[in-house]
Design a protein around this ligand. Structure first.
Ligand SMILES: C[S@@+](CC[C@H](N)C(=O)[O-])C[C@H]1O[C@@H](n2cnc3c(N)ncnc32)[C@H](O)[C@@H]1O
Length: 240
């Protein structure tokens, strides 16, 4: 590491780019030494009752996956976090056929934090290594045998409207609507619907009334389903 007197002058040129600088310092606390909690949002990255099981219950089963997987199937996600949802998809899909996964993330986590968080899930160890090898190298397009993932860095309120893709299934995985309201706004839910193929679906762990109304107002047929862990309900929907 450079000593203070060798530190180069910071570049003070104003950045026209709306993408925030990647967050290279750890902004996490650890509950029970294993569950990452965001200091910025004061909220855990996944359920205290078991992150991988929650992903499978909420995002996979909630979207009718893996049953709907076919060649070219497109998943999109709000909130990449530790990448656990991506890894659950990799475990659920071993081919044939190639999937596309696009995730929107404003505050990418440093690789050592992700590695520590994923240690709680020995089942994902193999795919986690393949993911982390690429993440450490700074890649935001991540290539696997039967899936290509693209992580779009920046505030989803700016990057999703500019995205020219469509999704067959959405994972809506912001922090809780009370703590991360910008990721659940009426305008953003309308963008989610606009970027959903006909017959496409969403799933989310929350059953908050204003989120359900926003998704329903955006054109989804929204239903409530049993939630995971201590959550009584979650929400799923289809774009008819
Ligand atoms: C609950 S965590 C996602 C957990 C993740 N899916 C996983 O598997 O670990 C919510 C994520 O949303 C991101 N986020 C919060 N506000 C955002 C915004 N305005 N735009 C994009 N990402 C945002 C946070 O940085 C965090 O990574």
């Amino acid at each position: 590491m450079a000593s203070p007197d060798q530190t180069p002058m910071p570049d003070l040129t104003p950045m026209p780019d709306l993408t925030p600088m990647p967050d290279l310092t750890s902004m996490l606390d650890w509950r029970d030494e294993t569950i990452p909690v965001s200091r910025r949002f004061d909220d855990p990255y996944f359920s205290l009752a078991g992150g991988l099981d929650e992903t499978r219950h909420v995002f996979l089963t909630g979207n009718g996956l893996p049953g709907r997987f076919r060649d070219g199937f497109r998943i999109a996600e709000l909130g990449f976090g530790t990448g656990l949802n991506l890894l659950a998809v990799l475990l659920a899909h071993r081919g044939p056929g190639h999937l596309h996964y696009t995730s929107f993330e404003a505050f990418p986590l440093p690789a050592p934090d992700i590695a520590r968080a994923l240690q709680a899930f020995p089942e994902v160890a193999g795919v986690a290594e393949a993911f982390l090898g690429q993440w450490r190298a700074g890649a935001t397009v991540l290539r696997f045998a039967h899936l290509t993932a693209t992580v779009i860095l920046g505030d989803a309120r700016k990057t999703l409207p500019a995205w020219d893709g469509q999704a067959d299934a959405w994972f809506l995985d912001g922090f809780s609507p009370a703590k991360n309201p910008e990721l659940w706004s009426v305008a953003l839910m309308a963008e989610v619907a606009r970027h959903t193929a006909l017959g496409g679906t969403f799933a989310t762990y929350t059953a908050a009334g204003h989120v359900r109304r926003a998704l329903s107002g955006a054109g989804f047929t929204v239903t409530r389903q049993p939630g995971f862990g201590r959550k009584r309900h979650m929400s799923v929907g289809v774009k008819p």
